[in-house]
Design a protein around this ligand. Sequence first.
Ligand code: ADP
Ligand code: MG
Length: 749
Amino acid sequence: MYVRGVGPRVAELLAAKGIQTAGDLLYHLPFRYEDRQNPRSIDELQPGETASVIAEVRGSALLRTRRMPLFELTIGQGRRALKCIWFNARYLEGKFHPGQTVAVYGRLEPSRSSSNLKMIQPQYEALPDESADAETRLLEVGRITPVYESLGGSRLASRWQRKTIFNLLESLRGCVSECLPQAMLNRLDLPGREAALREVHFPPEGTPFAQLQGFATPAHRRLIFEELFFLELGLELKRRRMRERAGIAFATTDRVREALREVLPFHPTAAQKRTLGEIVADMRQPSPMRRLLQGDVGSGKTIVAFQAMLVAMENGYQAALMAPTEILATQHFLAARKLLERSSRKPRVVLLTGSLDDDRKRSIRGLINRGEAQLVIGTHALIEEKVEFDRLGLVVVDEQHRFGVLQRFKLMKKPNQPEPDVLVMTATPIPRTLALSLYGDLDLSVLDELPPGRIPIVTRRVAGERTQEVWNFVRKQVALGRQAYIVYPVIEGSKEDQPERDFYLDEAEDGLAPHVSVARKIARRSKGAELFPEAVQESYPASKSGLKSATEMYEKLRAGPLAGLRIGLLHGRLDADDKDVIMRRFQRGEIDVLVATTVIEVGVDVPNANVMVIEHAERFGLAQLHQLRGRVGRGAAKSYCLLLTGDRVSPLGEERLNAMVRTRDGFELAELDLAQRGPGEFFGTRQAGLPEFRVANLVRDRKSLELAKQEAARFAATSGAEATEGERAQVRAQLKDAWQRRYGLVEAG
Ligand code: ADP
Ligand code: MG
């Protein structure tokens, strides 16, 4: 449809932001509001608060400091003045002129030189003056004004969006179709779609401001519910469809039970027995299993998975285990071979990874295809190499959050064969309600107990100046026959320094950086750095100089504090063979100290290693720290996790380190992590193939998520009995659209 203000060029810009239809634009909601009806007075501002202020420009200047140019803007109300500062903001020169009215929004910091407050890196907007057209004034002055994330530079910033969306809503008056059944809306006391859209963009007078900022108005609640409802409905229908497919009903005869007992190297915990019971009960059903096995690091998921695979093999089927990295695949391969040595049947185990040479791959593919390999362990290569199994019975995916491949298993089986069972394992302690809702198409088993005899890991923070003591401690432990990991956030100290994975940028690099980090966080929270494009990029030095790197410290430690010990270096840039060799040598105890990056984070199991030293610990995310710590405390010896920090730790960093010292409970840490990073980063949305929401937020809207799940289940179970025929058609259409366009899963229909 034609939208006023959107020509072909603008349409292109919008499309790049994922906005392709008028509907997409309407669902691009303001991320905050400005109360221009009741503006704040400069007098009442408090240090530390984030506020919006409307005032008159008094003057501005570009100041040259030794570090970087600062742009300073002075604004005032009557006799009171407020200074605003931007770093590296040459681009602001000439943007403001005295007498102009501006709205600024940002955090207030105490000023060093005077008692006045100053605002650091605020967002700003010049208010329209008398010469502006009536419409602009109507939308921006003396009312609650929506503020949007820019859709493309200053051209498509808030002002453009207000106008365009306002006009769009006007032209659609009475024509926005409802997508939820009226009876449901009545029951849940939610407004209709058109009213909700109108009110989130242009809140009616008297809307409580706090409710608006909290996305908690009825209009917001309606749109949040709508989005989550269609996610949940899609998951629910997928799950129901899967139940209807032909799967394999595995038998658990006495022979199978005996085979399971044969391989067990230890007494399973009660939780391991229970979860295996749940899995096997699923496997006995004639419909395909889709189950998530969730268990904190070290809870013993591997043996449970091997036993499930053994059930498949004993039934004459093949089993496949997919790991996220070659290190892990290899480790599982070795463990499986060792475990299955005790089995009287001695199934053939093969390893298939991307780094094998072509001949080897071909011959392994042949073994799999002819059914001569019963247990296949590998990486992505299992899917990518177009392996066709002879009789695939069970697929186990380890650490699913690293890759979203659930839809692609079809590729692995022969076309005329039944659907294999699938077990997904994750060590991410996703809070249960979230897990149930997000993996609504999976059933959930939780390993909530650690194997017995574990001695609690001693976790300590160590200040930078005491590193020598740490190295002495490492030497002492090695002398006792133990092994240690020493982990760094980056591989090399070069300019292109790349951390292995998501890396924290909220810490101070220099005296100015805390402010920048605030700006960055605001920018991040509003999804994208557009708000202050230049500022954010330039004030973040490309090289994270001052960070110790694995490569550099490997050399230093070898030559100095740890001289004489056998030291290995492991990081993501080594080729697969080298990684493999080093990992094996560490596993066999031929390396005492492994200097590494977070490549060792997931799953690596070397029970003799009992010291985990993490340098620049404040730089790591909680999930990473927790995973890293989980690498030790796996054997009988007392284990230590030493968190070395630099001298500047941000408040968020402090919170993470304190949490690590305080608790080992993965769920507790996950809650904090979720709160700190937000759901997008927490779940690594893109990698995991999880939905990206445009309105909902999984931290803020957990209640709505549960409600949506209930309502979706009810709708599916009753085939929408509450709705009219026309409403059901609308629900179907919206579901299809949501799943195709937003979640990229075309199969839902
Ligand atoms: P994760 O859940 O992190 O994958 P693993 O399966 O690697 O955990 O198990 C962690 C360690 O605990 C391994 O060394 C494993 O052999 C051991 N383990 C698992 N279950 C038990 C048990 N019931 N009793 C004793 N040790 C166990
Ligand atoms: Mg594991």
